[in-house]
Design a protein. Structure first.
Length: 502
């Protein structure tokens, strides 16, 4: 049977190998039009082997290479184009190819005096590469004052985001989407700005649309994976990372793979991945923090300290670095050092209870004279601290950032009596959104026991019971009770209709 199967596939392979250069070229044009640049690259390479001087193929190859971010291949094809067969936007193509090769002066020279929006975009990016932000800002402003160009507007949005101007970044990203709703750059700018705004559901939708519209795109897939990780949807993150297996992503993909391994608790894999890509991740603080966390888990805290201390010296305001360094110091037996690292949190009225507990633990182990006072602060956080954590949780819920919401509610439950129905109900909802049905039902039951007449509590528990199939009859009764108490609530009404259809 196996031999017959092999024989049956042979004609298909032979047929594929006998495609003419014309067929390859036609298929490449179709793939390029469909934004499947990797597929187009395969057919273009085969067609150019037969017709290496064909101007149409060379031009398409250059454009496709630019879409893939390969400035070297693009420049090589552009140089082979005869003078009389160069496209009208040759200067723009040459400028972008130079930019991708890290040659901003050559990019500027290629543009000459052209001042179209597309030229201003490349000019602005070239000035950014030269670290001339003033000239970059001027080029962006001049370009966006003219015809709406989605790529220019998107890069201008990223530039504003880089400068901390979130409002302008959002306005420019929206203009980019309005100029060309299907533009890859518009999708990515929208996602990046939404991430900065904390609107992770919007960011995920934009990255997902980009990944579907531009198959195999590294920025779209890696962005989608990162947001899924931020949302705590680790199984979905793993699926996206699997789709990135054949994409040359370098440090960006390696960091995401390490994050996924950390979510699984595979700290040896985290260390191996980050170690293999250390040079590419040297400037990423989050990668250094993750590496240090892995080293602590693998009983190598001294190495973790050596990584984190220089970073904290450069960025003493980073709560994350301070927290992780203290954990490494404690693991290494340096409780006094951990106490001094964490002591600034004692003066912050809105300090998180988790940080105060870490400080109190370090102080107790080091015999610090203020250990008892710090322990008291950790047991009874200030009202300002609780209010700040509750605000963080509320923001995360509104932004569909279920992972952050759960983390915030866990911190609140750890320092309270655990009987606040709002906290319990929201925790149940967030756990349900992440697919943690058992945990969601447990929190929903706890909320119901505290506030059995609250419509939102009845709705959450009722819908979870129906949706999970654990007890549809009881769930339906709870939803009917919720609808009777809050007849104008659209969400409860929708859940009840769905349960009744069920």
């Amino acid at each position: 049977m196996r031999l017959r199967a092999l024989l049956l596939t042979l004609p298909l392979l032979v047929t594929a190998c006998t495609d003419t250069p014309e067929q390859r070229a036609a298929r490449a044009r179709e793939s390029y039009a469909a934004h499947d640049y990797r597929a187009a690259e395969v057919d273009l390479a085969a067609a150019l082997q037969v017709a290496p001087a064909d101007p149409a193929l060379l031009e398409l190859h250059a454009r496709n290479a630019l879409a893939l971010g390969d400035g070297i291949a693009a420049a090589a094809s552009l140089e082979k184009l005869p003078q009389n067969r160069r496209p009208a936007d040759f200067a723009l193509l040459a400028g972008e190819a130079s930019l991708m090769r890290g040659l901003p002066d050559e990019a500027l020279a290629a543009l000459g005096q052209e001042r179209s929006p597309a030229a201003q975009r490349i000019r602005a990016l070239a000035y950014l590469a030269k670290d001339d932000r003033t000239a970059a800002a001027q080029a962006f402003e001049q370009g966006t004052a003219g015809i709406a160009d989605a790529r220019l507007l998107a890069d201008h949005a990223r530039f504003r985001l880089m400068n901390g101007d979130l409002g302008q970044a959002r306005a420019l990203a929206d203009r980019a989407r309005a100029a060309d709703a299907g533009s890859l750059d518009a999708y990515l700018a929208d996602a990046e700005v939404a991430t900065a705004e904390g609107r992770l559901a919007q960011a995920l939708a934009a990255y997902d649309a980009a990944a579907k519209g531009y198959p195999g795109n590294l920025a779209a897939l890696s962005g989608k994976a990162a947001v899924l990780g931020d949302l705590g949807r680790n199984a979905e993150m793993d699926k996206v990372l699997a789709a990135l297996a054949d994409v040359r992503g370098g440090g960006q993909v390696a960091y995401l793979q390490a994050r996924a391994a950390a979510a699984r608790g595979d700290w040896s894999a985290v260390r191996s991945i980050l170690q293999a890509n250390e040079s590419q991740l040297a400037d990423r603080e989050e990668a250094s923090v993750l590496y240090a966390q892995a080293l602590v888990r693998l009983k190598q805290p001294e190495q973790a300290r050596a990584r984190l201390q220089p970073l904290l010296t450069l960025n003493p305001q980073s709560a994350t670095l301070r927290r992780e360094l203290a954990k490494a110091q404690l693991a290494a037996g340096d409780a006094s050092g951990a106490t001094e690292t964490m002591r600034p949190f004692a003066e912050v009225r809105t300090a998180d209870a988790e940080d105060l507990r870490l400080l109190a633990t370090a102080a107790e182990k080091s015999g610090d004279p203020e250990a008892a006072i710090l322990a008291q602060k950790a047991r009874f956080p200030s009202p300002q601290a609780l209010a700040a954590t509750l605000a963080q949780a509320d923001t995360a819920m509104r932004q569909s950032n279920w992972g952050d919401a759960i983390a915030a509610y866990e911190r609140i439950l750890a320092v309270t009596d655990g009987k606040n129905p709002l906290v319990l109900n929201n925790m149940a909802y967030a756990q349900g959104q992440l697919g943690n049905t058992a945990k969601a039902l447990d929190f929903a039951e706890r909320a119901w026991r505290v506030a059995p007449a609250e419509p939102s509590v009845l709705d959450t528990l009722g819908w979870l019971l129906v949706e999970s199939g654990k007890d549809r009859a009881r769930g339906l009764r709870l939803l009917q009770e919720a609808a009777g108490k809050a007849p104008a609530n659209a969400t409860i009404a929708r859940h009840l209709r769905a349960a009744q259809r069920g």
